[in-house]
Design a protein around this ligand. Sequence first.
Ligand SMILES: Nc1ncnc2c1ncn2[C@@H]1O[C@H](COP(=O)(O)OP(=O)(O)OP(=O)(O)O)[C@@H](O)[C@H]1O
Length: 351
Amino acid sequence: MPVNAARRALAQETAYAVEVSDLRKTYRTRKGRFQAVGGLDLKVPVGGVHGFLGPNGSGKTTTIRMMLGLITADSGAIRIFDAEIPGALPQVIGRVGAIVEQPKFFPAFSGRRNLELLATGIGAPARRVGEVLDEVGLTGRDRDRFRTYSLGMKQRLAIAATLLKDPDLLIFDEPTNGLDPAGIHEIRATMRGLADRGKTVLVSSHILNEVQQVADTVSIIGRGRLLAEGEVGEILAGARVGGPSVRVLVADPARAAAVLAPAGFTAHPLPEGRLEVRRADDQPGFDPAQITWLLAQQGLYVAELVPVRADLESVFLDLTAEEHLGASRTAPPPPLPPAPGPARAAREELR
Ligand SMILES: Nc1ncnc2c1ncn2[C@@H]1O[C@H](COP(=O)(O)OP(=O)(O)OP(=O)(O)O)[C@@H](O)[C@H]1O
């Protein structure tokens, strides 16, 4: 069997493109030791888009760097298409394309010219340049200078570069960072297209909107450990729904929680001083007006009250609330309440 056919057959037999178990990494800094990844387990199925979610600093980039052999793990195991990393990385690296940092392109050269140079450098066939430009939807703008591209187009060119060697697994670390909603949409569509053509896309993100709409499966991590994993639908179905709830913003969340408790409400802390408020298990009825009334009676005025839908954002906030609370002690004052409608994408970027 030709090598490529054998590799593809192996991919079909392998249930997971990436398997990580009990992975650990501690950085040594001047201030001491810092555990960035603390016993992480991760399974990325072959085919489809897998969202690798976690707040800033939860260890996503560190994990990806270990997967790519850029840094070494302290302990644990990583397998990519059944090959042990880093030992067997040379056997599979040809099947992996990754964007971990913004690749450098020549600003004065066209997108096509940049890719031609790269293809020559890595020994990819010249015909791949046209194919990958097509795959990321840049045909038509490929002869324009790189510096005239929008950020979304620049990022799509970066994705095109990873596709030159026709990898089976694409690893994108926060690919929509810094992009506007239109750019985010372009990257999302590009990732979906790749998965629909049989690739496995592993995308790290702290932007829920990006992932909920495009991912087939997700892993949610916090402080370098797995908190939840599964199909997006499964995760939502298993969410701690517990009846209707609202997200409330008040100046003193701790006092608000104390005011609401005797009236039969439970208040769960969220980032940036918000509370998720619902009826306690044994209490009937749910009237958000009662919440505003109870709080106002005590001089606590509600700046924001938003009904909570069971979406990935709420699961994520719930699972990672502790980390955000820790972070929020030194964080700047909360931003203005989110605007409705199209601005939703922006507010889903968790700070
Ligand atoms: N080289 C390093 N030396 C010391 N600490 C580091 C190093 N790289 C990362 N860290 C720390 O390890 C933790 C995890 O960082 P990492 O970049 O893996 O997280 P992340 O989930 O990718 O976050 P982000 O979304 O902000 O990139 C952070 O607290 C970070 O400051």
